[in-house]
Design a protein around this ligand. Structure first.
Ligand code: 2X7
Ligand code: FE2
Length: 301
């Protein structure tokens, strides 16, 4: 959808929007307390996000809907249900890189409607109505990197534990239902939504850090098996085979110890109704050895 045209009630695009806090750190936004060393790691990913933002400038959307692996809920899927959240988000693993002062507006009406559609489809779900709730860094990082202005409301969706309690296949089936519920609620809302899967691809990572975490000499994929899977998944995305990505997800998740186990990418593919249009890979790179890609599906084409 181009500027000036404004369809009502549609998922107008989808983004694979990985959330390494390192990328926020490297960009030095005023909200983040630590200052980048400027040593220059993660250039491909930073450039990928820049290309994504340039591409999105020509598009119109009302709301970001994000599914995040770092808000893990024990019983059912939860949805932010308070109009505004603010606070300090500190990455528990990388407090040296991410201490981020946030303000987040929530589209509570859409959040509630996705919740209701999901509940009516038989999923266990709940609204998060605690105004003191601390929003997870996956949501904050992906939304910031996609749209640093922070001027649009967000719907944030937690990751339920089904894949961990049962198996990857069961988790992906639940995400299929949640994605369909998301799509139906967006269509009924009259709003145009950009959906974000906040996750990496391959996820095997180094367990030591150099003195300067931004040292580019330290960065490479953990091993060739992981790289081969990432290349394969990206080739499927680029050739419009999103259904096959979903079908192969359980194997990918297992063999890459992937963050996709938390469901974000499976949910996104279902929310987009398995597009056959090519996903545009804006960038691919590693962070502490994990594989990360910025991919955009423009569903208005
Ligand atoms: O949460 C993350 C991640 N998913 C990937 C890389 C580095 C840090 O944090
Ligand atoms: Fe993560």
């Amino acid at each position: 959808m181009r500027r000036g045209e404004h369809p009502s009630g549609a998922v107008v695009g989808g983004i694979l929007a990985p959330h390494p806090p390192h990328l926020v750190y490297a960009s030095n936004p005023p909200q983040n307390e630590p200052r980048s060393s400027g040593a220059g790691a993660w250039q491909e990913l930073l450039a990928g996000y820049q290309r994504l933002r340039a591409s999105l400038e020509a598009r119109v959307y009302d709301v970001l809907v994000v599914h995040t692996p770092h808000w893990k809920t024990r019983t059912g899927t939860h949805f932010l249900g308070v109009p505004h959240f603010s606070g300090l988000s500190v990455d528990p693993i990388f407090p040296n890189l991410f201490r981020f002062q946030y303000e987040l507006d929530v589209d509570v009406a859409l959040s509630q409607s996705i919740h209701d559609h999901a509940r009516d489809a038989g999923l266990s779900c709940q609204m998060m109505t605690n105004p003191e709730f601390r929003v997870d860094y996956g949501t904050l990082t992906s939304c910031h990197l996609v749209r640093p202005a922070g001027d649009l409301p967000v719907v944030a969706i937690s990751s339920v534990r089904t894949a961990f309690d049962y198996c990857n296949e069961a988790g992906d089936q639940e995400m299929l239902a949640l994605g369909r519920a998301t799509r139906a609620a967006v269509e009924a809302s009259g709003k145009s939504a950009l959906c974000l899967a906040s996750c990496s691809l391959s996820h095997r990572h180094y367990t030591t850090e150099p003195a300067d975490p931004e040292d580019p000499a330290f960065e490479s994929i953990h091993n060739e098996n992981q790289a081969a899977w990432d290349r394969h998944i990206l080739a499927l995305m680029e050739s419009g085979q999103s259904r096959r990505v979903f079908d192969e997800m359980p194997d990918f998740t297992d063999q890459c110890v992937a963050e996709t186990r938390d469901g974000s990418l499976s949910w996104l593919l279902a929310a987009m109704d398995f597009p056959e249009v090519a996903g545009q890979v804006h960038g691919y790179g590693t962070v502490i050895g994990t594989g990360n890609a910025v991919v955009e599906w423009d569903l208005s084409r």
